[in-house]
Ligand binder design. Structure first.
Ligand code: IMP
Ligand code: MG
Length: 184
């Protein structure tokens, strides 16, 4: 629990990726997504909660007509350690077999969450399935999995901001920062 603004600010170690850098890469990623479909409508599927900010920016940057869907998958319950258990707590309400699907993910860390989501969606026979991830931490991968587009590859540091949390805080930061794990 964060008790004050001072405590909140003390947890932000340094900015790793600025708002400006994110904006640039989003424009590039959106162009790439547009180029895959040649105007054919798609379904963007985002995994809550971490990817909600990225989804909001990506869906406004693409020009291909898109529907938006959300799923809730959790593997981090609190703090900075993965529990290793992936739970689908909210499912899509779309019939995936009718769509070209693009998964919009915040970060691929161990790869477990996304791997489970991909398996689940593939089993529903989408017309096609692609993955766009904002961040990739390849050093921590335990499941073989690669995105079609990765905006930023980052070192093995726990990060916060732009949708990503620590203990449910910091999702609201407009940039991506390294989290300060030191106790005061
Ligand atoms: P994975 O299953 O280990 O690939 O990661 C699952 C989820 O853990 C991601 O979608 C994020 O929501 C969360 N996560 C992984 N690394 C970080 C981090 O550095 N900061 C905040 N959340 C993270
Ligand atoms: Mg996530």
């Amino acid at each position: 629990m964060i008790r004050s603004v001072e405590e909140f600010n003390s947890k932000i170690k340094s900015v790793m990726i600025s708002e400006e850098q994110i904006k640039e890469k989003i424009a590039e990623a959106a162009k790439e997504i547009d180029s895959w479909y040649d105007g054919t409508p798609i379904l963007l599927v985002s995994i809550l909660k971490g990817a909600f900010v990225f989804m909001a920016d990506i869906c406004r940057a693409v020009t291909v007509p898109c529907e938006i869907g959300f799923m809730c998958a959790q593997s981090y319950y609190s703090g900075t350690q993965s529990s290793g258990i992936v739970n689908i707590t909210m499912d899509l309400d779309h019939d995936v077999s009718k769509y070209h699907v693009v998964i919009i993910e915040d970060i691929i860390d161990t790869g477990r969450t996304l791997n489970d989501v991909v398996k689940l969606l593939r089993a529903r026979n989408p017309k096609s399935l692609r993955i766009v991830t904002l961040l990739d931490k390849p050093a921590r991968r335990v499941v073989e999995l690669e995105a079609d587009v990765t905006l930023f590859t980052i070192p093995d540091k726990f990060i916060i901001g732009y949708g990503l949390d620590c203990g449910e805080y910091f999702r609201s930061l407009p940039y991506i920062a390294e989290y300060n794990e030191e106790e005061k």
